[in-house]
Design a protein around this ligand. Structure first.
Ligand SMILES: N[C@@H](CCC(=O)N[C@@H](CS)C(=O)NCC(=O)O)C(=O)O
Length: 234
């Protein structure tokens, strides 16, 4: 099976969760929009990313991973295991939206520069309240396992996605996340495990990996990275 992934060519964004799964599995795929700007939105698809697998067209990032996870060897075959990975991935999807909304708290139709004061307030709350809550949750899941991955010894697409969250947070909030990360050693170790996976390592150093940038979901703005210090409880 040769997959066709349709996602923005300039950003990692949501597409990166799918790219990482395809890369780690050694799957054959074309990242279509990186070589051709022309595409049409298939019927029933609301937004990128979508994946074409034979005659099937699947959209919604988490749905794509659910659909292909087992086939790619990145999710258990049994229903409880498959649903558990799906549940973890849905939580990561929620977390990603919150990381995005730090720099776009009012609306995606406005530039960051049009919502800076609100972004500062949102960043303060994200860094002080929401980010530790998500990290606590995933650290707790890892604590219940031996083997270093969310399900134990075998990596799933949720582990690759958690790796991506850490990579994005390190880029966007080097100071604030840097201060926090030491409290979550199992998450840091999972990051190290994932980055050492041979196909992931090869991908990350290839030109297929798009560098983080300020058009992306994770963005580095020093004024937001330092917002936590200045936050006041209201
Ligand atoms: N819940 C969807 C969200 C899809 C989404 O928001 N895609 C963005 C790019 S990351 C987009 O192109 N949005 C256009 C729009 O919402 O109008 C998913 O996880 O795939």
């Amino acid at each position: 099976m040769k997959y066709k992934l349709y996602y923005w060519a300039e950003i990692q964004g949501r597409g990166e969760f799918i790219r990482l799964a395809l890369e780690d599995a050694g799957a054959k795929y074309v990242d279509v929009l990186r070589t051709s700007a022309r595409y049409s939105m298939p019927k029933g698809v609301f937004a990128l990313p979508y994946l074409v697998a034979g005659k099937r067209v699947i959209s919604q990032t988490t749905n794509i991973l659910l659909y292909r996870g087992t086939r790619l060897g990145l999710a258990p075959k049994d229903e409880p295991g498959s649903l558990w990975v799906h549940q973890l991935q849905l939580t990561i999807a929620d977390w990603l939206v919150e990381a995005h909304d730090v720099h776009h708290p009012i609306g995606s139709g406005l530039y960051y520069e049009e919502q800076v004061p609100e972004s500062r307030r949102r960043a303060a709350d994200f860094l002080a309240v929401r980010l530790p809550r998500y990290l606590d949750y995933f650290e707790g899941v890892l604590k219940g396992q031996s083997g270093g991955y969310l399900l134990g010894r075998t990596a799933t697409y949720a582990d690759l996605s958690l790796f991506q969250m850490v990579a994005g947070l390190r880029y966007a909030f080097p100071v604030a996340f840097g201060r926090l990360e030491g409290r979550f050693p199992l998450i840091s170790r999972l990051y190290d495990r994932v980055i050492a996976r041979p196909r992931v390592a090869a991908y990350l150093t290839s030109s297929r990996r798009i560098p983080f940038n300020r058009q992306d979901v994770f963005r580095h703005y020093p004024e937001l990275d330092s917002a936590a210090k200045k936050s006041k409880k209201t």
